[in-house]
Design a protein around this ligand. Structure first.
Ligand SMILES: Cc1cc2nc3c(=O)[nH]c(=O)nc-3n(C[C@H](O)[C@H](O)[C@H](O)COP(=O)(O)OP(=O)(O)OC[C@H]3O[C@@H](n4cnc5c(N)ncnc54)[C@H](O)[C@@H]3O)c2cc1C
Ligand SMILES: NC(=O)c1ccc[n+]([C@@H]2O[C@H](COP(=O)([O-])OP(=O)(O)OC[C@H]3O[C@@H](n4cnc5c(N)ncnc54)[C@H](O)[C@@H]3O)[C@@H](O)[C@H]2O)c1
Length: 472
């Protein structure tokens, strides 16, 4: 190819998911000449197309169709009296996805980002080849490069994904009929979220996990409460089990054999057994980058790879592998690449929001992490059902748990399960960023009746306990 036909950019972003789109927009905001290359026709990656947005929308649709939120309201029974159709279940998410893709395109256009469609790979550390659908090739040269190619579901060999009853978390969005009995493999975040969604629709739902604790990174009280709430919602757990074989040779039922020898027959299997980085097609060797385990690209605190002008952000660099964090990582990368102070570091406090039924959320320290560090603490709790707002919405299991440092009562950790947990956590997040303690909740006047008041009562609970210094 004639070198004059190679287009030059200040930044080439590979991947149009949350991380790539945010990095490209940030560089455009800084006045840089930016190209964004996305392999598929649609912007959005797992964030908009196959992960975050569809799964959250399906959950909300399932809650509405099943009348789940109103089933505990005295004298009101809006619970599902007929099976939801697949069309009812899937329709809303398709609209939400389309609207969010349009917003993402518009943001990039507003920042003057040039869009390319095709699969990108390295020719040399500055030169990127794009292969388009018809086989046409385009070459771009970038002063800086941001890799944001995301991740894909792991597909363990024992599952026959070629069968249309066996799905990963991408394919579940292509369901053409509602399963009667679904077995979800993996009680991580994806498996737990989808198990709750399907169970709330009345699908017989089984969850198989090799461990014996639901999401062990959660506060143990939250994890236990979540597991029992999910069981009450109809999820049947099979702990300390792995699938050793998946027989989909017969029509009708798929038969799964578990490590204990037990079998489970079902008409739907959803495998949520982790994810791997999308780096196989990038020809990273030509860039001088050696990926690690599951294809992860090693980076420093500014998301710079071993090759100084090449950055990587989002799922492709590994945990926490969230849309929330990928977006911020890409902004840090772009700031560093162009010497801007716009965003020098990733926030030290990163929330976790889990859209199970019920929701759970956390930020900061756990009791276990504080014990490990030898820091004395006081825990304050407030239950949804002890507040009028909790009573009004009929949330009988929800609670907020605040962890304060003994002595100065500075807030160190927030753990919530219940309605709006993923929103409520932000009150605690801001208090923690402001380095505030229990006193801020004493001073604050919250709307009444609200779930915000949980913070006040949990703080009062902790203040009362702090009179007797000990570890609670
Ligand atoms: C079911 C599910 C639910 C989730 N729920 C949440 C949630 O509630 N909250 C949350 O914060 N996170 C959630 N996540 C995680 C979140 O979706 C990811 O962390 C996020 O999408 C990662 O963004 P990314 O930009 O790094 O990668 P991706 O979103 O994976 O995007 C990468 C893009 O790069 C493109 N690409 C790959 N290779 C190439 C190439 N060679 N050339 C050009 N383009 C390429 C891909 O086509 C893709 O569009 C969820 C994930 C799943 C699967
Ligand atoms: N709300 C959110 O923030 C959100 C929602 C969904 C996904 N995500 C992101 O998606 C990523 C991946 O999630 P995931 O749930 O697929 O993976 P994961 O690694 O979190 O969980 C996988 C689970 O599957 C189990 N497992 C694996 N193989 C198994 C087997 N053969 N038999 C039985 N159990 C098995 C593991 O014990 C584990 O509990 C996470 O990193 C998370 O960051 C985030």
């Amino acid at each position: 190819m004639n070198p004059e036909s190679i287009q030059q950019f200040d930044l080439i972003v590979i991947g149009g998911g949350p991380a790539g789109a945010s990095g490209a927009a940030a560089a455009g905001f800084l006045g840089k000449h930016v190209a964004l290359v996305e392999k598929t026709c649609d912007l959005g990656g797992a964030g908009i197309n196959t992960g975050t947005i569809p799964s959250k929308t399906l959950r909300e649709t399932a809650l509405a169709l099943s009348g789940w939120r109103s089933r505990r309201l005295f004298g009101v029974d809006l619970s599902l009296r007929r099976a939801a159709t697949i069309g009812e279940f899937m329709g809303h998410q398709q609209n939400v996805i389309a609207a969010e893709r349009d917003r993402s395109e518009a943001r990039l256009a507003a920042r003057g980002v040039a869009r390319f469609t095709g699969s990108a790979s390295f020719v040399d550390p500055h030169l990127i080849r794009i292969v388009q659908a018809g086989g046409t090739e385009i070459l771009l040269r970038g002063e800086k490069i941001l890799i944001a190619t995301g991740s894909s579901p792991l597909r363990p060999a024992e599952f026959c994904f070629s069968d249309d009853r066996v799905h990963d978390s991408d394919e579940i969005l292509l369901l053409e009929a509602m399963p009667k009995k679904l077995v979800v493999i993996g009680g991580g975040v994806i498996g737990s979220e989808y198990a709750g969604t399907f169970a709330s629709l009345g699908v017989e739902t089984h969850l198989v996990d090799g461990r014996d604790t639901l999401m062990p990174f959660l506060d143990p009280e939250i994890s236990r409460t979540l597991a029992s709430a999910m069981a009450e919602n109809g999820v049947q757990f099979h702990w300390k089990e792995r699938v050793t074989s998946c027989d989909a040779t017969k029509p009708g039922e798929v038969v799964l054999t578990l490590s204990s020898g037990a079998t489970l027959s079902c008409d739907g299997v959803l495998v949520c057994a982790g994810r791997k980085s999308n780096t196989d097609d990038l020809n990273l060797a030509a860039a001088g980058i050696a990926p690690g385990n599951r294809g992860l690209i090693p980076v420093n605190g500014h998301y710079q790879s071993a090759v100084p002008h090449i950055y990587a952000a989002g799922d492709v660099v590994g945990p926490p592998a969230l849309a929330a964090t990928g977006i911020e990582q890409a902004r840090v990368a772009v700031s560093d690449a162009f010497g801007s102070t716009f965003k020098s570091d990733l926030a030290t406090l990163l929330p976790t929001g889990i859209y199970t039924i019920p929701e759970a959320s956390m930020i900061g320290e756990t009791e276990a992490s504080l014990r490990e560090k030898g820091i004395e603490f006081v825990v304050g709790r407030a239950r949804y059902c002890d507040l009028p707002r909790g009573e009004i919405i009929g949330d009988q299991t929800g609670f907020l748990k605040l962890i304060f440092r003994q002595g100065d009562m500075r807030l160190l950790g927030v753990h919530i399960i219940g309605e709006q947990a993923t929103e409520l956590v932000h009150v605690g997040l801001i208090a923690m960023l402001a380095e505030a303690g229990a006193e801020i909740f004493n001073r604050a006047c919250f709307n009444y009746p609200t779930l915000g008041d949980l913070y006040k009562y949990a703080a009062y609970d902790a203040l009362a306990k702090s009179e007797q210094p000990q570890m609670y």
